[in-house]
Design a binder for this molecule. Structure first.
Ligand code: HEM
Length: 418
């Protein structure tokens, strides 16, 4: 083969694979029927007349730019029995609607459909909203959720660098008092342990494809993702039981008291040494965490159960109806919320709620974990051994200490090492 014929072959192959370069298509003569280069674009009817009633390139490009395009002509193009060719004419048995028109009617929920399938979602064949749900999950929720968690970790690290560990101001006495009974510690660790597992496995589900597949490959990720999903679905029951137990055990001690406002005004004494803030068994900060855990725990359990049992738990349409009747969306300048939701939309909303609450919940619990461990001397012991030093109780929970002293509650035995 000569050099010339080899080059010709290569060029032919390249053109066959890559096609003509895009720039050729742009610079070449305008395609037949293209709008004039200057002046206003022709009206949509006129444009569509050129495409035989289909969407035009301008419409498609406008839609890709995120602009609103009037597509009502498509919605209405559903064919008609009158348009059917007579039975004795060519194609006469095909009816008055083409396949495209039938699918379009499916898509816009306008087809007169019946099905013998009895599962709830079977009546929705195509659901456009699935795309915006996916974009929200893979876009803003995933990225801003990640920034939130990293931001909280950075803030806690900064707080540690500036304030350091919050230590006791006077040395421990060695006298111990009981702070949490075994059942309270059990409820706490059931809730905490399952929360950490749920958070980690949930994050694997959400970020695995983008963060783990490039690192460990698809096969290893497939195993991790399947295991994560199993753990998430089963550990959820432990979490719900833990939250319920903690609620029943501690609700009485978490009701707001006057001195809680003083605690809040003083920032809990956490931002400067020597500042004392009054607190009962739980301080105002802990009470806020308690009520947030109850509220977020209920929301995340509800939405999680809706995901766990698809199409069985649907509450959004009913809730939106109540909110509309109360006029709440209108009060903040929103339109009335949709009250006719497909089963898929109910699931998508449950998922978005689950994810949004999960991020706020994790951010809050990161701060709680910090304060309960490295952030404050003596705090972890209260939840591991169930006891605290008298000096710790006096400095951090003075009102509680006075109460148990007044009641004459027995002291715990000091361990020999202390
Ligand atoms: C309380 C009971 C809970 C139940 C019943 C539950 C259930 C579920 C279910 C069924 C899924 C979908 C998993 C899949 O892809 O198949 C899910 C996803 C997820 N859950 Fe939970 N969950 C619960 C609690 C939590 C908690 C406490 C957290 C956070 C600490 C959490 C964070 C997540 C996250 C981040 C996802 C991933 C969502 C996504 O990939 O888009 N969940 N959960």
């Amino acid at each position: 083969m000569t050099l010339r014929s080899a080059l010709t072959l290569l060029l032919t192959l390249w053109l066959a694979v890559a096609g003509p370069p895009a720039v050729l298509a742009q610079d070449g003569p305008a395609p037949a029927g293209a709008p004039p280069a200057a002046g206003a674009p022709p009206a949509q009817d006129e444009r569509m007349a050129r495409t035989g009633g289909a969407q035009t390139l301008e419409d498609i490009l406008a839609r890709q730019r995120g602009e609103k395009v009037d597509l009502s002509f498509r919605r209405q193009a559903l064919g008609s029995p009158e348009a059917a060719a007579p039975i004795n004419a060519p194609l006469g048995t095909l009816g008055g609607a083409s396949d495209a028109e039938l699918w379009r009617a499916y898509r816009y929920g306008l087809a007169d459909l019946t099905t013998q399938v009895q599962v709830p979602a079977a009546t929705t064949v195509i659901q456009d909203g699935g795309m915006s749900w996916l974009e929200l999950r893979n876009g803003p929720l995933r990225s801003y959720g990640g920034y939130l968690l990293l931001g909280v970790i950075a803030l806690l690290a900064l707080f540690y660098l500036v304030r350091g560990r919050i230590r006791l101001e006077s040395p421990p006495t060695g006298r111990k008092i009981i702070r949490f009974r075994l059942i309270e510690r059990f409820a706490h660790w059931l809730m905490a342990g399952s929360f950490i597992l749920l958070g980690l496995t949930g994050l694997v589900t959400l970020y695995g494809r983008v963060a783990l597949i490039p690192l460990i490959g698809k096969e290893a990720f497939a195993f991790i993702a399947t295991t994560s999903k199993l753990i998430h679905n089963w550990i959820a029951w432990g979490f719900m039981a833990g939250v319920l137990m903690a609620f029943l055990l501690w609700v009485g001690k978490n009701l707001p008291r006057k001195y809680d406002f003083v605690w809040l005004m003083k920032g809990g004494g956490m931002f400067a040494k020597g500042v004392h803030a009054p607190a009962g068994k739980f301080n105002a900060g802990e009470k806020i965490v308690f009520w947030a855990v109850v509220l977020f725990g209920a929301a995340i359990s509800f939405s999680g159960l809706a995901l766990l049992f698809p199409y069985k738990i649907e509450a959004f349409a009913a809730t939106f109806r109540v909110l509309n009747d109360l006029g709440l969306p209108q009060m903040i300048g929103l339109e009335a919320l949709p009250t006719a939701l497909s089963p898929q939309e109910e699931m998508q909303l449950a998922h978005l709620l689950h994810l949004a609450v999960a991020f706020v919940f994790m951010a809050l619990i990161l701060a709680h974990i910090y304060l309960g461990s490295i952030g404050m001397e003596g705090a972890l012991e209260a939840m591991t051994r169930g006891t605290v030093d008298v000096q710790w109780a006096k400095e951090h929970h003075d009102i509680w200490y006075q109460e148990i002293e007044a009641r004459g509650e027995p002291e715990a035995e000091a361990t020999p090492a202390e």
